[in-house]
Design a protein around this ligand. Structure first.
Ligand code: KG4
Ligand code: ZN
Length: 335
């Protein structure tokens, strides 16, 4: 069985083909980064227009790379939320069209479910595991008892970790998405050069908060002359990244203490950061798994795979399912 996955929830137009053994036959992505970079973040109107321009090309390329024909597709799996509604609609309408023309079933998938299952595409991760989805839009811990059985146990109450990196980057002159360059600069800096307070969310010890750290680092940035800011860039990146990841680690320790699991997985854009992986691997008592880089950031292979598992359990969706900007993650009954 070949599953065509389509992902357009944010700024990447992605189409992949995955088979029922979980093998990735193609995983094509067209990034819109250059069109958004000068605005310092995603502009929703630009994102949906670009998806419209790109979706068909990316889909044809994905089939070509997978060396399959349209008639070889058995299921169409598409992200239906959470995300930017205009962007989601482009992917979902395209998928609906394919489903009608090819007479093949369709499945609408939660983007978070894709991220949570993405480490399984290339590794054997023991269940139950704690999935940390850490990206530009999300920072949350979800207990994955098995594929299809999810319990959200912790999340940020304000900014996402990647968002916090991007906002900090903007202040020191790093273009969106700032995470990869901050990681590089941090390697050359001293993480103890500046000390930032460990965030605490009073009402919920498992919750995270990144906006206070952002305010603290802004105070430092505005106190420096532009000459000193240039000299201090590496130290600031190292210290800020350290503060963010220490907060994630401290929360992760509490989370795995409360919910005993056999592993922790990290996925989402920030999980591409090797320092985050090392911080969590060194600091936790459970093994940490991260997906391959192409599967850390947004991609359609994870949507195809999640769609296949959900299709097996639930069967197809009707054609008229809706898209949701805030779609809660729903479990399903597995046999
Ligand atoms: O998952 P993703 O591609 O898109 C969503 O937000 O859903 O994640 C993008 C985020 C951005 O905030 C970007 O700065 C961050 O992931 N990111 C990184 C790295 N690569 C991407 N953050 C830290 N280190 C990286 N190497
Ligand atoms: Zn994502």
């Amino acid at each position: 069985m070949n599953i065509l996955g389509i992902e357009t929830s944010c700024d990447d137009t992605a189409v992949a083909v995955v088979n029922s053994d979980g093998e990735i036959l193609s995983n094509v992505l067209s990034s819109q980064t250059e069109f958004h970079a000068k605005y310092g973040g995603i502009v929703p109107e630009i994102a949906s227009r670009k998806h419209l321009e790109l979706i068909s090309h990316v889909c044809f390329e994905s089939l070509e790379k997978a060396q399959i024909k349209w008639s070889d597709i058995d299921l169409i799996s598409v992200t239906k939320g959470p995300g930017l509604v205009g962007s989601l609609l482009v992917g979902v309408e395209y998928a609906r069209g394919l489903s009608v023309v090819l007479k093949k079933p369709i499945k609408g998938i939660n983007h978070m479910e894709g991220h949570l299952l993405s480490p399984l595409l290339t590794q054997k991760v023991p269940f139950p595991y704690m999935g940390l989805v850490i990206s530009g839009g999300h920072t949350e811990f979800v207990l994955v008892e098995k594929s299809g059985k999810y319990l959200k146990v912790s999340s940020t109450v304000d900014d996402a970790c990647g968002e916090s990196l991007d906002k900090f980057g903007k202040q020191i002159g790093i273009l969106y998405p700032a995470g990869p360059l901050i990681e590089k600069l941090a390697i050359e800096g001293n993480s103890k050069a500046y000390q930032f307070p460990l965030p605490k969310v009073k009402k919920d010890p498992l919750a995270m908060s990144f906006s206070g750290l952002k305010t603290s680092v802004m105070h430092v940035i505005t106190s420096l002359s532009s000459e000193d800011l240039l000299k201090e860039k590496q130290n600031l990146c190292a210290s800020y990244q350290y503060a963010l990841f220490r907060h994630v680690l401290v929360t992760a320790k509490k989370v795995v203490l409360k919910y005993p699991v056999r592993a922790l997985t990290i996925s989402g854009g920030v999980s591409a950061n090797m320092n985050l992986y090392k911080t969590l691997s060194d600091g936790l008592s459970v093994p940490v798994f991260k997906p391959a880089k192409k599967l850390s950031t947004d991609n359609a292979a994870m949507i195809a795979y999640a769609g296949f598992l959900r299709f097996k359990a639930e069967g197809p969706d009707s054609l008229n399912f809706e898209v949701f900007s805030n779609l809660p993650l729903a479990s399903y009954n597995t046999v």
